[in-house]
Structure formats: structure tokens, C-alpha cells
Write a protein that binds this ligand. Structure first.
Ligand SMILES: *[C@@H]1O[C@H](CO)[C@@H](O)[C@H](O)[C@H]1NC(C)=O
Ligand SMILES: *[C@@H]1O[C@H](CO)[C@@H](O)[C@H](O)[C@H]1NC(C)=O
Ligand SMILES: *[C@@H]1O[C@H](CO)[C@@H](O)[C@H](O)[C@H]1NC(C)=O
Ligand SMILES: *[C@@H]1O[C@H](CO)[C@@H](O)[C@H](O)[C@H]1NC(C)=O
Ligand SMILES: *[C@@H]1O[C@H](CO)[C@@H](O)[C@H](O)[C@H]1NC(C)=O
Ligand SMILES: *[C@@H]1O[C@H](CO)[C@@H](O)[C@H](O)[C@H]1NC(C)=O
Ligand SMILES: *[C@@H]1O[C@H](CO)[C@@H](O)[C@H](O)[C@H]1NC(C)=O
Length: 266
């Protein structure tokens, strides 16, 4: 009986802590884009999310778009827990082996923004010239790129395969008429699987750095002054809304929360 009521009250306490935690929202998440959720830290307009994580919403077809330096790609999935999203590069047409984004050089991420290309991507550069052969990429005759089913790119002599995410490919998938005019990208490709299933892994996966606490100029900018103080951070001159101890910044939810350690102590 005694034991039961102890657990009962402990449970209530935990529920209470979690309820409190849930109310400490400071960076307002954005409303859904049509029917597609927009998780924190993404920002579809200036009133919500973190402005460094700006994406665009096309509400009529519930599609989110990720803008690169000279282009825009539909977002096909977002995983806040793993801080990764997948974009869809445009399809290569059946008539010529040229990626529609050739004119803008392929995918170029703005290096000033907190996104990079993950090492889960297997990239195949297609319709290449002999200029590419000086690169360290695998352009041999048994390179995986020779296997893909893409009618306009089949039977072309030079193509190359590489796994992205190295320092030289962390912010771009570079194509050009001088080197390679088309590309395909696959996330978590298992080359042992039959080639006709590869299409299922089509996409380009990006990763984002954890968002920092929101910027502020005065205390009034911090959504909840009982949970946050507008202070200059030790590593820079900008001011941010820092969580008041013992609350801690949670970059996944964008909230000030009790640390797990404290929850366990109660
Ligand atoms: C959705 O709408 C945008 C503009 O409103 C358009 O560019 C895009 O092609 C549409 N469809 C898809 C599947 O993205
Ligand atoms: C391209 O060709 C494939 C088969 O070769 C076909 O299934 C597909 O419908 C074609 N796509 C277009 C847009 O014509
Ligand atoms: C390969 O790329 C070159 C340069 O962009 C283009 O002129 C040629 O038509 C492409 N080849 C095919 C088969 O599409
Ligand atoms: C992006 O666009 C700018 C201006 O239009 C151009 O100068 C630049 O070369 C383009 N970059 C790429 C990678 O195409
Ligand atoms: C290129 O890739 C193929 C297929 O994965 C592999 O068998 C071959 O050893 C690779 N060649 C080089 C030079 O890495
Ligand atoms: C692609 O994935 C879907 C769902 O994950 C699966 O049902 C389907 O069989 C897969 N298609 C191929 C060709 O592997
Ligand atoms: C990509 O971004 C993640 C998260 O910020 C970082 O840990 C990783 O080192 C970056 N990778 C490269 C190759 O820059």
C-alpha cells in the first residue's frame, strides 16, 4: 500500500515535470505546410522557427522546398531526431543524359548555413568526359554507376561513383559540361540489392548542425523571461536567450527543459 502510493506520487511528479517541460516553448515551431509538418528548427516565415534554417512552403501541394545557392529542391523527408533531411534532385530526362540543374552546377549549399551533405549518400556522376579521370573517384569500368537503369545515360563510356561527405563534397555535388553533365544520388544504398530496387533509395541526404539559443537584443525578445535571460555568450558578441539554470537548452525541441538528471532525482 505504502509502496504503491509512493510510486503513484512519484509518477504524478514525473507527469508534472513533463507537463511543465512541455510548456517551456520559446522558439515557436512553424505551423504545418498544408498537411506536411514543419519541425523545429525549420522556419517557413519570420515569425517561427530559427531563421538560419529557412525553407519554403508551397501550401497548395503541401511541399517544402530547400533552397541552395542557385536552385531549389523538394524536401521528401525530415528527421529532427537525427537532424537529417532528404531532398529530391530533379530526374534526368529520357532524351539526354543531362541533369536539369546542370546550368547551376548541380547542388551547391551555402557554406555559411548550418547544412552539409552526409556520408550516407552514394553519388554517381554520369556522362563524364576524360577530364574526370584525374580525380580520385572510382571511374573504372566496374564502377557501380555503369549498372544504373537510366536509358539516356546507359552505354556512355565514362561515369564515376563516390560516397559523399568528405571535406571536398560536404557542401556541393558539382556537375559541369567539362567533367560530368548528370548525376544520381542514393541514400544508404546497398549495392548488393538488385539494381531495380535502388530507385527506392533515390535522394540526397543533408545534415544540420544543432540550433543555438535564439538571438535577442533585449530581455523582451526572450519569449519567457522566467525561463531565459538575454545575455552575451562567452564565445561571441551577440546576445542570446539563455536558459536559466537548472533548465537546459534542448536543440531538438527548441525549448528550455529540466535536465534528465534532475527528473531522475525527484
Ligand atoms: C508544388 O508547387 C510549387 C509552386 O507552387 C511548384 O513549383 C511545384 O512543382 C509543385 N509540385 C511539386 C511536386 O513540388
Ligand atoms: C522514360 O523511359 C522509361 C523506360 O525506358 C519509361 O518507363 C518512362 O515512362 C519514361 N519517362 C518519360 C518521362 O518518358
Ligand atoms: C552528355 O553531356 C554533353 C555535355 O553536356 C551533352 O552535349 C551530350 O548531349 C550528353 N550526352 C547525352 C547522351 O545526353
Ligand atoms: C549562381 O548564380 C550566380 C549569379 O547568377 C552565378 O554567378 C554563379 O556562377 C552561379 N553558381 C553556380 C554554381 O552555378
Ligand atoms: C570501383 O568500384 C567497384 C564496384 O564497387 C569495385 O569492384 C572496384 O574495386 C572499385 N575500383 C577502385 C579503383 O576503387
Ligand atoms: C520500395 O519501398 C517500399 C516501401 O519501403 C516497398 O514496399 C517496395 O517493395 C520497395 N520497392 C522495391 C522495388 O524495392
Ligand atoms: C557536417 O555537419 C555535422 C553537424 O554540424 C558535423 O558534425 C560534421 O562534421 C559535418 N561534416 C563535414 C564533412 O563537414
Amino acid at each position: 500500500m505504502e509502496k504503491g502510493s509512493y510510486f503513484y506520487s512519484r509518477c504524478l511528479q514525473l507527469v508534472f515535470v513533463f507537463l511543465q517541460t512541455a510548456t517551456y516553448v520559446i522558439c515557436k515551431p512553424c505551423p504545418p505546410c498544408g498537411t506536411t509538418p514543419v519541425p523545429f528548427p525549420f522556419s517557413t516565415d519570420s515569425t517561427c522557427g530559427d531563421p538560419s534554417y529557412k525553407i519554403r512552403c508551397s501550401a497548395t501541394n503541401s511541399t517544402l522546398f530547400f533552397d541552395t545557392i542557385n536552385n531549389s529542391y523538394p524536401i521528401t523527408s525530415i528527421s529532427p531526431t537525427f537532424q537529417r533531411l532528404t531532398i529530391k534532385p530533379p530526374f534526368i530526362g529520357n532524351n539526354s543524359c543531362i541533369s536539369p540543374d546542370l546550368s547551376s552546377g548541380g547542388v551547391w549549399l551555402n557554406p555559411a548555413l548550418p547544412f552539409n551533405v552526409t556520408s550516407s549518400n552514394t553519388i554517381m556522376l554520369l556522362n563524364c568526359t576524360a577530364n574526370i579521370l584525374v580525380s580520385p573517384l572510382n571511374c573504372s569500368s566496374n564502377s557501380l554507376c555503369h549498372l544504373i537503369h537510366q536509358s539516356s545515360c546507359q552505354n556512355l563510356p565514362i561515369c564515376c561513383t563516390f560516397v559523399a561527405g568528405g571535406s571536398s563534397t560536404s557542401h556541393s555535388i558539382h556537375i559541369s559540361t567539362q567533367y560530368c553533365s548528370a548525376y544520381r544520388s542514393y541514400v544508404n544504398l546497398n549495392p548488393a540489392q538488385p539494381v531495380y530496387t535502388w530507385q527506392n533509395n533515390s535522394g540526397l541526404e543533408l545534415q544540420w548542425a544543432s540550433p543555438r539559443e535564439p538571438l535577442c537584443t533585449t530581455q523582451a525578445d526572450c519569449e519567457d523571461s522566467t525561463k531565459m535571460n538575454c545575455e552575451t555568450s562567452s564565445d561571441s558578441v551577440v546576445k542570446r536567450c539563455f536558459c536559466i539554470s537548472p533548465l537546459m537548452w534542448n536543440p531538438i525541441s527548441g525549448t528550455c527543459e529540466q535536465s534528465m538528471f534532475l527528473i531522475l532525482l525527484i
